[in-house]
Design a protein around this ligand. Structure first.
Ligand code: PLP
Length: 233
């Protein structure tokens, strides 16, 4: 019988420590000298995953769906930074100010909508531009080819602040392909900086590829299953 005061996610603090060590080792191997933050991806888990993450020392929380995220925000009393890591529909852009960062800026129509929301709220919305390096049809994001034009257009949207770039690597990519994707994201961020954006962050790396991402310069890794175990379906 399970007693009611058992901590949810037993062993989480230990897994966070192990993952941090792996990140530190990867950062040394990569030689970029960056600081890496862990985003605990709590999607499909209940609000108790958020407090468990905080207790384990992770205060950046990632969610990929607005409705689920807002529910968890309302159910969470501890202070965390909320990251929206999934596609944001234009008609839900109003929710953006509740997140510290929107990682999934993937179209100019969404950018325009977020810019209006920022103006209406009197503050800038912090976004990462999602780049679809491998050009996968199943994924959102800008291609590298269109990035220079996008960087220029985004520079005209004053209520948006492009702090970095986000990418999702293809599943089952081999090491060389993975590195190609992460280096592509790195190149996109450089391009944004050249266009005058403060794009210093690189959100890349998930449970199965975060060490390679860190070796290639990731500053945020988005980790779900490696921390919390297999997601409930
Ligand atoms: C679910 C998700 C993650 C975390 O995936 P894991 O493989 O469980 O670490 C990271 N990024 C995005 C965009 C996701 O949707």
């Amino acid at each position: 019988m399970i007693s009611s005061n058992v901590m949810p996610f037993p062993g989480l603090a230990e897994r966070v420590r192990e993952v941090r060590q792996r990140i530190d080792d990867a950062a040394v191997r990569g030689g970029h000298g960056q600081t890496v933050r862990i985003i605990a991806v709590t999607k499909t888990y209940g609000p108790d995953a958020v407090s468990a993450a905080v207790e384990a020392g992770v205060e950046d929380i990632g969610e990929n769906r607005i409705h689920e995220a807002l529910g968890k925000m309302d159910a969470t009393s501890v202070a965390v930074r909320w990251h929206l890591i999934g596609h944001l529909q234009r008609n839900k852009a109003k929710a953006a100010p509740r997140f510290d960062v929107v990682h999934s800026l993937d179209s100019m129509t969404l950018a325009a909508a977020l810019n209006r929301v920022g103006q209406a709220n009197g503050r800038r919305i912090i976004v990462f531009a999602q780049v679809n390096v491998a050009g996968e049809r199943t994924k959102g994001g800008f291609t590298l080819v269109e990035m220079p034009a996008i960087a220029d257009q985004l520079a005209g949207l004053e209520a948006l602040e492009v702090r970095g770039v986000m990418t999702i690597a293809p599943m089952n990519a081999d090491d060389a392909a993975l590195r190609g994707v992460f280096q592509g994201a790195q190149a996109a961020a450089r391009l944004f900086r050249t266009a005058g954006h403060p794009a210093t962050e690189l959100s890349m790396g998930m449970s199965n590829d975060f060490e390679v991402a860190v070796e290639e310069g990731a500053t945020y890794v988005r980790l779900g299953t490696v921390l919390f175990g297999a997601r409930p379906l």
